[in-house]
Write a protein that binds this ligand. Structure first.
Ligand code: SAH
Ligand code: SF4
Ligand code: F3S
Length: 548
């Protein structure tokens, strides 16, 4: 069969971005090639998100558009991967005949076989005409089904999904090599917050063996990566019990997470012969020194021990940045969300993190960020006020604020009517945004005069525009593929070897965006490296400075 060109588009969170990268590597090793133009593709894959209705709507509209397209290109194979495939299941296939294959996020190791199957079915359809193949019944899917939450440790067979991470293809060092990468430490989630689809789409919490994680970090570092973001839904729950490790065909298997009715005390996750999250951070820091920045998302406000905070304090390459969503400031709502902490406990965590980590006087402030759901069912003005008070007290550098979106299959969807009118959600959303923007602005201004180490990510968007270069909407920073968001947005700009200034952009270890100007001839060398910048002005979204 002729080599097939794949168009792969990713929606949703960092976990999905990483999945897409792994899937792309796996398909490339099997001879598939890739295109950024869906019109040129033989196979269109959407790696989807289900977390809010809007996320799903984007994919529905893409699929709608493909319907007409496919009429004129009968050989086209269309696949839906990721959380939406898992959540909608075969309903999606019924509703969208254009879809040939579906693959849930916990089944991505099966994608090559599914794809091969779908491609062959389409090919026989083309060769013999529609009568030869009952295409509807030939459509294929791999979904775990929410009932059978993937089991692990004691399973007799090896965890094939782990092989997908282990087989990660890492490109060799060159000028344009990625400097920033994601590494998964935990899959799935056991928390079952009442509004959330993630435990249903990604399955039970599973921790990867520390050796696998560290080897992956080393492999990435050898390929030129200097910044790693560890991924998990609740990273601070990471725990691997070596005594209970199971080895299948020479491969240590990931381990099912336990649910702790617990506290944030330092030993909640410790134990003899156990690698805790704090241990894991320390080991990566010490064993992979080429990684200059180590971050992690997402932290859960409960069960966050002092041990983790102390490791961050004592290890310079661990970033002083924590994404710790509170979701609401009201105890009543937190309870209905099944978050398992009170707002007093959240406040206590923030105070503890600040007392251990916040050291602005040595240029190492602590930055926090969070998520909030506004308009959760039954939310009163009083609850809303409590959320505002929480925003003021926690003083996060930014908050991602989401209007509550009822998700079929979740407890809230089944048991709590979505009774807050959209107009009210919208008003409260705007109020929170306005308040947070004041807070972000004042935090930004505090940075003026401070010096930061900035990882230079690229030429700023403004500079690209000024030079008439091709700036892709939504790609944020462009010029070099740091962050791995959009490889297609890599440098299209030639920097002249002169003294004229170019505006570069980068980030502090605390995740603040910094712009600064340097002579063009120097700019290229700086991309992907860390430079010291003194902040001279600031607004809500970014800092501006000069190289120190
Ligand atoms: N594991 C992370 C969150 C992952 S989902 C945590 O617990 O913090 C990312 C964010 O999407 C959540 O923090 C929440 O704010 C938002 N979210 C999840 N489900 C939602 C829903 N049904 N409606 C609106 N926002 C939602
Ligand atoms: Fe969803 Fe809660 Fe798990 Fe986060 S912790 S992924 S919000 S269920
Ligand atoms: Fe979306 Fe699934 Fe991530 S629902 S937010 S892609 S875990």
């Amino acid at each position: 069969m002729a080599p097939k060109r794949v168009y792969l588009e990713t929606f949703g969170c960092q976990m999905n971005e990483l999945d897409s990268e792994l899937v792309a590597g796996q398909l490339a090793s099997l001879g598939y090639s890739f295109t950024t133009d869906s019109d040129q593709a033989d196979i269109v894959l959407y790696n989807t998100c289900s977390v809010r209705e809007r996320a799903e709507q984007k994919v529905w509209s893409r699929l709608g558009a493909l319907k007409a397209e496919k009429a004129g290109r009968p050989g086209l194979v269309v696949g839906v991967l990721g959380c939406m495939a898992e959540r909608d299941g075969t309903d999606l296939m019924k509703r969208m005949p254009v879809v040939d294959l579906m693959c849930g996020p916990a089944e991505l190791d099966k994608l090559p076989a599914l794809l091969d199957n779908a491609v062959r079915t389409r090919a026989s359809f083309l060769a013999d005409g529609p009568a030869s193949a009952d295409l509807r019944s030939a459509r294929v899917s791999a979904l775990q089904g929410s009932a059978s939450r993937r089991s692990s440790t004691l399973a007799a067979a090896g965890d094939d999904l782990e092989m997908l991470d282990l087989a990660r293809a890492v490109s060799p060092t060159d000028d344009d090599a990625k400097r920033s990468a994601y590494v998964r430490i935990t899959r799935g989630c056991n928390k079952f917050c009442t509004y959330c689809v993630v435990p249903h789409t990604r399955g039970a919490e599973i921790h990867r063996p520390p050796e696998h994680i560290i080897d992956e970090c080393k492999k990435l570092a050898d390929a030129g990566v200097i910044e790693i973001t560890l991924l998990g839904q609740t990273v601070n729950h990471y725990r691997f019990e070596h005594g209970a490790a199971v080895v299948v065909d020479g491969v240590t298997q990931p381990q099912k997470g336990r649910t702790y009715k617990g506290s944030h005390h330092r030993d909640a996750f410790a134990g003899a012969n156990t690698t805790t999250f704090a241990d894991l951070l320390r080991r990566i820091h010490d064993e992979v020194p080429a990684i200059q920045r180590l971050r992690f998302v997402t932290s859960y406000p409960r069960d966050f021990g002092d041990d983790v905070l102390e490791v961050i304090r004592d290890h310079p390459r661990l970033c002083r940045y924590l994404h710790v969503p509170a979701q609401s400031g009201s105890d009543r709502i937190l309870k209905m969300m099944n978050r398992g902490y009170t707002i007093a406990e959240y406040d206590e965590f923030v105070a503890r993190a600040r007392s251990i980590l916040d050291k602005p006087e040595i240029g190492r402030p602590l930055m926090l960020s969070g998520d909030v759901i506004v308009g959760f069912p039954t939310e009163t003005e009083e609850d809303h006020q409590a959320t505002k008070d929480m925003l003021v007290r926690s003083r996060c550098k930014n908050q991602f604020i989401f209007k509550y979106s009822p998700r079929p299959g979740t407890v809230a969807y089944d048991r709590i009517p979505d009774d807050i009118p959209d107009a009210v959600k919208r008003r409260r959303n705007n109020e929170l945004l306005a308040l947070q923007s004041e807070i972000s602005d004042s935090i930004s201004r505090e940075q003026i005069g401070r010096r930061f180490e900035v990882l230079v990510e690229g030429v700023s968007r403004a500079e690209m525009k000024k030079r008439g270069a091709d700036v892709k909407p939504g790609s944020g920073m462009v010029g070099i593929t740091v962050g791995g968001r959009d490889p297609a947005a890599a440098a299209t700009l030639e920097l002249p070897d002169t003294d004229e200034t170019v505006q570069l952009s980068g980030r502090t270890d605390t995740d603040l965006i910094v712009f600064f100007e340097v002579p063009s001839a120097k700019a290229k060398r700086m991309l992907g490296s860390i430079v010291e910048v003194e902040i001279t002005s600031a607004d809500r979204l970014a800092l501006t400075g000069r190289t120190a």
